[in-house]
Design a protein around this ligand. Structure first.
Ligand SMILES: Cc1cc2nc3c(=O)[nH]c(=O)nc-3n(C[C@H](O)[C@H](O)[C@H](O)COP(=O)(O)OP(=O)(O)OC[C@H]3O[C@@H](n4cnc5c(N)ncnc54)[C@H](O)[C@@H]3O)c2cc1C
Length: 421
C-alpha cells in the first residue's frame, strides 16, 4: 500500500499488552524527548492483565528474587540478561512507585505476588493513566498488517492509517485467548524481516486423556501430584489442584506439567505421553499402605470405600474402589492382598495416556515464537534488522504458571524500551 499521508512517531509499539505498555513507559523514562505510539488491534489495552490471577492480578513472583527462577525453556542467556536488568526488586519498585504495592500470597506457598488491592483492573487502569500522563499516544482498534523498513525508517501499515517511525517494538503476544487480541499476527511481522518462528504451541493447557477417574469424577478437584511422562520417562511434576473434566484433566498442577506434553503432541506430532497422578502427594507409597492396613485393622466391618473417608471425599473414594475393582458391598476384613495392592496402585500411581491438549482458547501462554537466539540478549534488538525490538510473549520464552509470564512481559518490555541504551 503506497500513500503520501502518514502519522509519524519516533517509536511505534505494536501491541499494548503488559509488555507493550511497559516498553512505552520505558521509552519515555530513558528517552523522554522521543514521541511514542502504541497500536493495538482491540478496543482497549492490557486485556490479559485483567484476567491474571482470576482478576486479582497475579502479576509477578517472589522467587525471582534469586534470579530468573522457573523459566525452563527458551534462550536462558536472554532470560538471565533481561531479569538482571529488571528483576524482582525493579518490578516491586516499579509498582510501588506507580502506587500499587505488591504483596506475596502466603496461602499458596508459591511466591505469587498480587497488587495490594487484589484487583487487576485497578492496576491496569493505573498503567493506562501513567501512559497518558507520560504523553504516550494510544491507537486502539488499529490492527497492524505489516511493518516494512525502508530509507525513511519503518512504515507500519494498519487498516486505515500508515504510521512511520524510527524504532519499532513488536510486543504482539502469542496465540492464546485470541479473543483478547493476541492471534499470532505479530509473528508475520518478525518473519517478514527474516526471523525464525519456533512453531508456537499452547502451553499451560488442560490435557485430553480419556480415563475412568475423569469419567466418574467430572467436576471434582483435589490436591494431587501430577507427573508428566514421555515414553515412560518422568519429564516434569507439580503438586496442586487437579480437576477432573469430561475430556480429561485440568487445574494448576496439570497446567504446570503440560509443556513437554504439548510439544510432543502439537509440535512433534508424536505419541507416548501420559499423566501419572498420586492422591496423597505428601506421603510415600509405603506410608499410604501402612495407613490402609491400620484402618483395615481398626474397622474390619466397614465397607472398603468407607475406610478412605476422611482421606478422600465419599464420591472420590467410591470412584477409587470402583477402578480398583472392589465391589461396593465388600467389607474391609474381606479385602484380599491383590485388592489392597490394586487400591494402592490407583491411589498412588494412576496413569492415563494423553492423546491431545485443549486449544488456544484454554491455554495460558504460548511455547514458541520469535527465536531468542536471533535477538541481542542485552537489548532485545533484532539481529536481523537494526531498530527493531521484541518484548513479551511474542518471543520464544515462557515461565511457569504463578506470575512468571507477566514478570517476563514487564522485564522484557522495560529492556526493549531502552532502545539499546
Ligand atoms: C487465562 C489466562 C490467565 C493468565 N494468568 C496469568 C497470571 O495469573 N500471571 C501471569 O504472570 N501470567 C498469566 N497469564 C499469561 C500472561 O497474561 C501473558 O503471558 C502476558 O499477558 C503476555 O503479555 P504480552 O504483552 O506479551 O502479550 P499480550 O498481553 O497478549 O498483548 C499483546 C497485545 O498485542 C495486540 N496485538 C496482537 N497482534 C496485533 C496486531 N497485528 N496489531 C495490533 N495489535 C496487535 C493484542 O491485541 C494484545 O493487546 C495468563 C494468560 C491467560 C490467557
Amino acid at each position: 500500500m503506497e500513500s503520501d499521508t502518514f502519522t509519524k512517531f519516533d517509536v511505534v509499539v505494536i501491541g499494548g499488552g503488559a509488555a507493550g505498555i511497559m516498553a512505552a513507559l520505558s521509552v519515555k523514562k530513558h528517552h523522554p524527548d522521543l514521541s511514542v505510539a502504541i497500536l493495538d488491534q482491540t478496543f482497549e489495552l492490557g486485556r490479559k492483565i485483567l484476567i491474571a490471577g482470576a482478576g486479582r492480578g497475579n502479576i509477578s513472583n517472589s522467587n525471582l528474587v534469586h534470579g530468573p527462577a522457573n523459566f525452563f525453556h527458551g534462550n536462558q542467556e536472554l532470560i538471565s540478561s533481561v531479569f538482571s536488568q529488571f528483576g524482582y526488586k525493579e518490578i516491586m519498585d516499579f509498582f510501588d512507585n506507580l502506587g500499587v504495592p505488591l504483596y506475596e500470597e502466603k496461602k499458596s506457598d508459591k511466591g505469587k505476588l498480587f497488587p495490594y488491592i487484589d484487583h487487576a483492573k485497578t492496576l491496569r487502569n493505573m498503567l493506562l493513566d501513567e501512559l497518558v500522563s507520560k504523553g504516550v499516544n494510544i491507537f486502539c482498534n488499529t490492527p497492524v498488517l505489516r511493518g516494512v523498513h525502508g530509507d525513511n525508517g519503518w512504515s507500519i501499515e494498519s487498516k486505515e492509517i500508515i504510521f512511520r517511525s524510527t524504532y519499532l517494538i513488536v510486543s504482539t503476544g502469542g496465540k492464546t485467548y485470541p479473543a483478547l487480541g493476541s492471534d499470532g499476527s505479530g509473528y508475520e511481522i518478525a518473519r517478514s524481516v527474516g526471523h525464525t518462528i519456533i512453531d508456537p504451541v499452547p502451553c499451560a493447557v488442560p490435557v485430553v486423556s480419556k480415563n475412568q477417574l475423569s469419567q466418574l469424577l467430572q467436576g471434582e478437584k483435589m490436591v494431587m501430584r501430577a507427573e508428566a511422562f514421555l515414553d515412560g520417562k518422568n519429564v516434569s511434576e507439580s503438586v496442586g489442584d487437579v480437576m477432573f473434566t469430561q475430556y480429561g484433566f485440568s487445574g494448576p498442577a496439570i497446567l504446570d506439567v503440560s509443556y513437554e506434553i504439548s510439544i510432543r503432541i502439537n509440535r512433534i506430532k508424536g505419541s507416548g505421553a501420559s499423566i501419572l497422578l498420586t492422591f496423597f502427594p505428601r506421603y510415600t507409597k509405603e506410608e499410604v499402605l501402612d495407613e490402609l492396613k491400620k484402618r483395615k485393622e481398626k474397622h474390619p466391618g466397614y465397607l472398603v470405600s468407607h475406610l478412605l473417608w476422611g482421606l478422600l471425599t465419599e464420591r472420590i473414594s467410591n470412584a477409587v474402589c470402583d477402578i480398583a475393582g472392589i465391589l461396593p458391598e465388600k467389607k474391609a476384613e474381606e479385602l484380599s492382598e491383590i485388592e489392597l495392592s490394586n487400591l494402592l496402585s490407583v491411589l498412588t500411581s494412576f496413569e492415563s495416556e494423553v492423546t491431545g491438549t485443549r486449544g488456544w482458547n484454554e491455554a495460558e501462554f504460548t511455547a514458541g515464537g520469535v527465536d531468542g537466539s536471533e535477538v541481542d540478549p542485552k537489548t532485545l534488538e533484532s539481529m536481523k534488522m537494526k531498530s527493531l525490538y521484541f518484548a513479551g510473549e511474542v518471543l520464544d520464552e515462557d515461565g511457569m504458571v504463578g506470575g512468571y509470564n507477566l514478570s517476563w512481559a514487564w522485564a522484557s518490555g522495560w529492556v526493549a524500551g531502552r532502545l539499546g541504551r
